[in-house]
Ligand binder design. Structure first.
Ligand code: ASP
Ligand code: MG
Length: 402
């Protein structure tokens, strides 16, 4: 029996008219598939609104309470969509993450999916219903609500598709696919018909925002057919596949930009074994994801360690770093929130020389200063001043793509 998972993001369910539009799509999908599972996000802007409400009441609201609050956004859309489908004569049922069998573990507001117990979903599908799961949430071993981190509805969709061995997982959003760059920054950016998991993984984690990075990672692990397409138009979208896209892949397939970065530096750290281990150990304990790491050459037994983190976690990271080094290991901790990460990504760079030099030369021509550099097999990333990030994207797109 054929099974599809369709996920609709926040802009696709932003108001009642759009929810009805989504219901229409699902009704049509039902004509072509035996079983349909739908995952929804909260209405656009709602999650942010809840977070702001909580912070108006307290500078540091408890994670547990935030999770109860945040999980409600996705529940609202799932029930409204079920009501809309039923009123069209399409049998449907909404399920919370816990009811859908999603079991989580880890820290509140950024939990991981531990397992999926799909019994209830199977029951409802057997009964001929469209199952609408509230995205971005599950319950832990104590039945406590947990959310999966920002953008986590993608992860819900991919995790359900993997657990139920879906034939296809479609992610509906407000853009019609994955682009060579953000078209709002670079108007000549074009849609990619297909892209490899590896490149998508890099683009997603480097800030291309179309898909939550963890969801791409999971899709790759299960070699799931994943499609990103628009809920407002009828295009083919972008297929994310194991395929590498031909023998002569271009050096660069996409340029991405992440403006939500912060740079933190521990200045004057003692240069002896164990210092980095203790610093990163404490950051890890708090589930703070460290992106780039740069340590300077030691001078007079002292060195600087700079890291970048997502700006949402910068305050906590700063606090952790200050506490870790309160014992006098570091002179001081500095933090810069006005930075951005710009990256070029392409499988083709594995086999082509000179990509780094072209990257740096293109930035130099625009007088863009590079603060940090990091590379992987298929990407080169630089930290630049946030105010220059868009110029950097345009310069690199011009150099490699258009
Ligand atoms: N509503 C959540 C967020 O805004 C999850 C999601 O949309 O995927 O991050
Ligand atoms: Mg999203």
């Amino acid at each position: 029996m054929s099974l599809i998972v369709q996920k609709f993001g926040g802009t696709s369910v932003a108001d009642l008219e759009r929810i009805q539009n989504v219901a229409g799509r699902i009704a049509a999908t039902r004509g072509n598939w035996d079983r349909v599972i739908v995952v929804v996000s909260a209405m656009a802007g709602e999650t942010d609104r809840y977070i702001n409400l909580a912070h108006e009441l307290s500078p540091d609201p408890a994670g547990r309470e935030l999770d109860i609050l945040l999980a409600s956004g996705e529940r609202i859309t799932s029930s409204l969509l079920a009501i809309s489908l039923s009123s069209r004569g399409v049998p449907a049922i909404s399920l919370t993450g816990g009811q859908a069998g999603i079991r989580t573990e880890g820290t509140h507001t950024r939990a991981r999916v531990r397992t999926i117990q799909p019994k209830r979903i199977h029951q409802e599908l057997d009964g001929g219903k469209v199952v609408i799961a509230a995205g971005f949430q599950g319950v832990d071993q104590f039945n406590e609500e947990q959310t999966l981190g920002r953008g986590g509805s993608d992860l819900t969709a991919v995790a359900l598709a993997a657990a139920l061995e879906a034939d296809l997982c479609e992610i509906y959003t407000d853009v019609d696919g994955v682009y060579t760059a953000d078209p709002r920054i670079e108007p000549s950016a074009r849609r990619l018909e297909r892209i490899s998991y590896d490149e998508m993984m890099e683009l997603a984690s480097l800030g291309a925002k179309v898909l939550q990075p963890r969801s791409v990672d999971l899709a790759a692990k299960y070699r799931l057919q994943l499609v990103v397409r628009s809920s407002f138009t009828e295009g083919e979208g972008t297929l994310i596949t194991p395929d590498t896209g031909g023998i002569e892949a271009p050096a660069v397939n996409g340029v991405s930009c992440d403006k939500k970065q912060s740079k933190l530096t521990a200045v004057g750290v003692a240069d002896r074994p164990g210092i980095a281990a203790s610093l990163f150990g404490t950051l890890a304990e708090k589930s703070i994801i460290v992106d780039m790491i740069v340590q300077n050459v030691s001078d007079h037994g002292l060195t600087d360690i700079s890291i970048t983190v997502n700006r949402d976690t910068a305050e906590e990271a700063e606090r952790v770093m200050c506490e870790t080094h309160a014992g006098g290991d570091a002179g001081k901790i500095t933090r810069d929130d006005a930075v951005a990460k710009v990256s070029v990504v392409g499988i083709g760079m594995k086999s082509q020389a000179g990509v780094a030099s072209r990257t740096f030369a293109a930035l130099a021509r625009e007088r863009i200063n590079i603060m940090m550099i990091s590379t992987s097999e298929i990407s080169i990333s630089v930290i630049v001043q946030e105010a220059q990030a868009e110029d950097a994207v345009r310069a690199l797109h011009r150099e490699f793509i258009a």
